[in-house]
Design a protein around this ligand. Structure first.
Ligand SMILES: *Cc1c(COP(=O)(O)O)cnc(C)c1O
Length: 459
């Protein structure tokens, strides 16, 4: 038998020409988004003031199974895709496991993450609609960077509201985002009513994702020709990210492999939803039955300890409501949490699949995550993003179980990105000063108490 190569890159011919829409194969659809003013199911047209029309259409379209990837986007993808499918030979050896471990590495572009896959699609549709510019928010900075790259490609002005504490901790994110000609504003700022109101009340606040979303949405709706875009959670983002899973599945087919377990980290759910898409299709259609595992931080446990309920997608409560696993839109993870994945909710598609028993979820503590990150870096030579290291942790744990049982399972996990901007967190782990924080049930109850009351739907 010939040895399976270390890295497999598809040829341009083998790269996907269509995205795959998982909803088309779901037995039951996720519950509809609700208009925050009326609590009635939102229509596509109601999304137009905030979103590009084609993207609003993708958001609402649960029926079209395959969506052509516009040729311009395919060409853009070729600059940094295919991403490699890598066999973790060294990690397997270090773990002394009979398991075969594969990972799909999405960090090989300047944003350092999978986010560019959707950023270029969103910028393309914005340009096609003749928009004058876009706004967005960014937490850790990967999404802001990815969207700045995509907007620079289409000469589309972009304003990024970056959570202030993250802006101050990661000064080089500003430099990269400005390299691609985007404006970056630490949030809360004096440039919007939302920002001014928060600053008047809390002049020393270090900001939050929810506040940055409110500023970005306000700026978009108050600037003619501008729209707002989001880098995770939404159905359209999972659609674009399906390129990860489609490439992975083709590559595994070429190798004659099929995963027994597919693992991904889960913040808003976009990389996980993209990676698992064609494998979940096999599961939904009865062709195969891989285990699918979402990994989240113990400090922000939306799937493992959240409620499946209607909630706002932002803290400012300006967005439509989605039925999802949520900790409540007011939930803010403990300040010592360094590992990303801080979103209070979860993709409605993944939430529905999890609720219906098609997926498992585990939560992991951040010191265990960094332990796995450093072991992985030394074996595989890639410095992983802390977010990605959640998936590494779970893959390592599964491989160790195989060592115990002697089973040679095939594990596939998503390595979403690199961690060069997270060296403060690495330093703190290496210095032994990183700690874990797991919220108590009482603390989570505060977030649940704030869930919206919707007459007839959620009392
Ligand atoms: C944004 C990000 C994530 C989490 O977002 P999802 O939408 O859950 O995929 C994970 N890893 C990296 C590197 C990221 O930048």
């Amino acid at each position: 038998m010939t040895k399976i190569p270390h890295r497999l890159y598809l040829t341009e011919e083998q790269m996907p020409k269509q995205w795959y829409n998982l909803r088309a194969d779901m037995k039951e659809q996720p519950d509809p988004m609700l208009n925050p003013a009326t609590f009635q199911p939102a229509t596509e047209e109601e999304l137009y003031p905030v979103f590009c029309e084609k993207l609003a259409h993708q958001e609402m379209d649960g029926a079209t199974r395959y969506v052509d990837i516009p040729e311009e986007i395919q060409e853009f993808y070729k600059m940094y895709r295919p991403s490699p499918l890598i066999r973790a030979y060294n990690l397997e050896k270090a773990l002394d496991t009979p398991a075969k471990i594969y990972y799909k590495f999405e960090g090989n572009n300047t944003s350092g993450s999978h986010k560019l896959n959707s950023a270029i699609a969103q910028a393309y549709y914005a340009k096609e609609q003749g928009l004058k510019g876009l706004t967005t928010e960014t937490g850790a900075g990967q999404w802001g960077t990815a969207l700045a790259e995509a907007c620079a490609y289409y000469h589309l002005p972009l304003t990024v509201y970056m959570v202030k504490c993250s802006y101050e901790q990661k000064p080089f994110r500003k430099a990269i985002i400005e390299t691609f000609d985007a404006d970056i504003v630490p949030s809360p700022s004096m440039t919007t009513n939302a920002g001014r109101a928060i600053l008047a009340e809390h002049p020393d606040t270090s900001g939050s994702l929810g506040c940055a979303i409110s500023e970005a949405v306000e700026k978009a709706v108050s600037t003619p020709g501008y729209k707002y875009v989001l880098g995770s959670v939404l159905n359209q983002v999972l659609l674009h990210q399906s390129v990860i899973g489609l490439e992975s599945k083709t590559a595994m087919e070429i190798l004659g492999e099929y995963p027994d377990i597919v693992i991904g980290c889960a913040g808003g759910g976009s990389n996980l939803g993209g990676l698992i898409a064609p494998f979940m299709q096999d599961k939904l259609t009865g062709k195969a039955d891989p285990r699918i595992v979402a990994v989240e931080p113990a400090s922000c446990p939306s799937l493992t300890r959240g409620r499946y309920a209607y909630d706002y997608c932002d803290t400012g409560k300006v967005t439509p409501l989605a039925r999802m696993y949520t900790l409540g839109c007011g939930f803010i993870p403990s300040a010592n949490h360094a590992g990303g994945l801080r979103y209070h909710g979860m993709s409605p598609i993944l939430s529905k699949l999890y609720h219906d028993g098609y997926m498992e979820a585990v939560s992991v503590e951040q010191t265990k995550v960094f332990e796995a990150a450093i072991m992985f870096a030394k074996q595989e030579t890639i410095l992983p993003a802390p977010e990605s290291a959640h998936a590494i942790r779970a893959a390592v744990d599964e491989a160790l179980k195989c060592k115990e049982s002697g089973e040679a399972k095939t594990i596939l996990f998503g390595l979403t990105g690199t961690g060069y901007f997270d060296m403060n967190a690495y330093s703190s782990y290496l210095a032994g000063s990183m700690s874990d924080y797991i919220p108590t049930d009482e603390e989570l109850a505060v977030g649940f108490a704030g869930l919206p009351k919707i007459p007839g739907i959620q009392e």
